[in-house]
Design a protein around this ligand. Sequence first.
Ligand code: MTE
Ligand code: MOS
Length: 706
Amino acid sequence: MNKISESVIKLDHAGKTSGSTWYVADFPADGMLFGKLVYSKKPRAHLIEIKTPPLPEGYLIVDKNDVPGKNEVHVVLDDTPVFADKTVEFIGDPILMVVGPVEKEVKRIASAVEITYEDLPAVFDMRESETVFFEYKYNKGDTAKAFAEADMIIEETLRTGRQEHAYIETQGIIAAPDGSGVMLHGSIQCPYYVNRAVAKVLGVPGENVRVIQDPTGGAFGGKEDFPSMVASQASVAAVKAGKPVRLIFDRAEDMEYTSKRHPSVNTYRAAVKDGRITAMDIDVLYDAGAYTTLSAVVLQRGIICASGVYTIPNLAVRGRAVKTNTVPNGALRGFGGPQTFFCIEMMMDHIAAKLNVDSLDLKLAHLAQEGDTTSTGGKYHFPVPLKDMVAEVVRNSDYRAKHAEYTEPQTGRYRRGIGMSLFFHGAGFTGSGERELIKAVARLHKFADGRVEILATSTDMGQGLKTTLTKIVANELGLPLEKVLFGDPDTSRMPDSGPTVASRSVMIVGELLRRAAETLRTDWKDGEDQDITEHYREPDFIIPFHLDTFTGDAYVTYSWGVNALEVLVDTLTGVSTVTGSWGCFDVGTIIDENIVKGQMEGGVMQGIGYASMEQIDSDASGRIRNRTFSDYIIPTSMDVTNLHVCNHIAEYPAGPYGAKGAGELPLVGIPASYTEAMEVALETKIGHIPYTIEDAMKALTGGDSK
Ligand code: MTE
Ligand code: MOS
């Protein structure tokens, strides 16, 4: 084992476990104003009249007229308003904010605001939407010819549901006026995204907006774009009031009005000739919700993953992200990948069933190899270790024997099933994002006393980044961990190391810091202050990605995963229990064994929830009805007691000590292994997730649960 892999106590462990760490809501509220948003109750409407109650002294209403700069929150595009202007586009569109010194009074005033709407027609079903926000296509080979020559064509439509992030800490920001700008801090994944969005909203230069990340109680992609809205609203209020404003969501608000994972409807057509899949024609449809937010990039990753870990010689792939009058969907662990990975893995299972061959054998026969062309005409530059990983998972789970046994007809109240999925996660930003958009910068500052500070705005949201980045720098410099400092990310004194997303931080920012540390080590000057800055360089071997043609290397490299999952279904109640999960994950060199293990176990659990029980239910007006964790159920450690993870290590030469991205990978393939297991147990075919107890009951009672 590489020495750096040895686990240390997480650097933020003591504060978090003792309760002494301050999250944004823990800051004393003396002298601050409380903010409460008033949201649209209509899915789509003109705003006709807004009647606000008489305001006691010290209370204010803040709305679109108070925005000093542009009433647009910059995400990728700028279509999301800070406060609604003439129309509202979903239930939850923020219209105004009440601020004042006593929280209870602020809430009372907010609930007394009366809004008159003129209803407009709204769209809730993505298949009925006529507003295409984004559309991409790519082709490989000659799909028409392959379909013409096929001896079998299989077509299926597969659907995936929304998913809530279910972070422990809700959205929250405190903004305070600061000179001609603001200073703000809170629960944030990407400090510079917030910085740029707020600067535009206030109409001030970026340096007048200081953003600090407070310790963050989970994010999972949900704090990638959304804090830019919360921060914009709080900042406008702080500037108007001339006082600090805290805007912290309660759980119901957070569940009802903040981003979710994109639901999808995907149509797959596969051509088979002589037992081989010769072509696929894939149509991907993602429900973006009311504004564009992150949908362009989520969709890109979705369609890149559409043919999974397989080399299919002929491909025609189209993807669209369309508008509906629902909460804008955003980033959630896997970022567009889990939807299409569910589809391709289920397709492989269903094709195998049609061909009457074993699904794992069919998958192994089509596996991508090192040197193969990727779906977008890039190249797998490094070994694809899936064969070995499958062998390991088969050994650990006894997959072959169990699969053979459970696919025989079962009788009795309890039935068993087992499924297996193969998947990857492309590490880092999609396409040319790292080179063209992010251009990450990281710096080390050495103090005269020999301590070294990490200057980077990459955030720890539970995935352990404070610890892993510190370990990399300490290791490279040969220093004990306590000599390396890494404070809370702060845009006023740290360069933009890019957003903490796409599992990019260890691989990309970690390598920038390792290089900086290497330079510092060779140029170390005792007793002097020194600064070393490193900039991102795209590796030489890359086939540049072009978004217009959708060709090239979509990712520099891939993390790989294989997971087998076993279920026991009670045919009387429809309740399924995961009786075992065996995963093998290749994230390159492991920077900390416990951290990676935690990431893998957590990701598997989040994937099981996505596949089986996490269901968001909306009423006829598009309003989300799950507003608590008693009606949006997520799995706990009690639900999956037999959870195994192991690692295969295929080093990535351009990552720090060979490390690749880890955080999202484990979730990506779980829905397919769960669903295949359910298909085996129930002797049925499944085409959607979440596949709930009710669905299982329908299948058991002969109803339509597909
Ligand atoms: N793990 C915890 N505990 N909390 C989180 O919010 N976010 C996930 C993943 N693991 C998350 C997590 C997501 S969505 C991403 S993109 C990666 O961590 C980001 O971390 P990295 O860039 O350090 O890999
Ligand atoms: Mo992660 S979904 O890329 O924040």
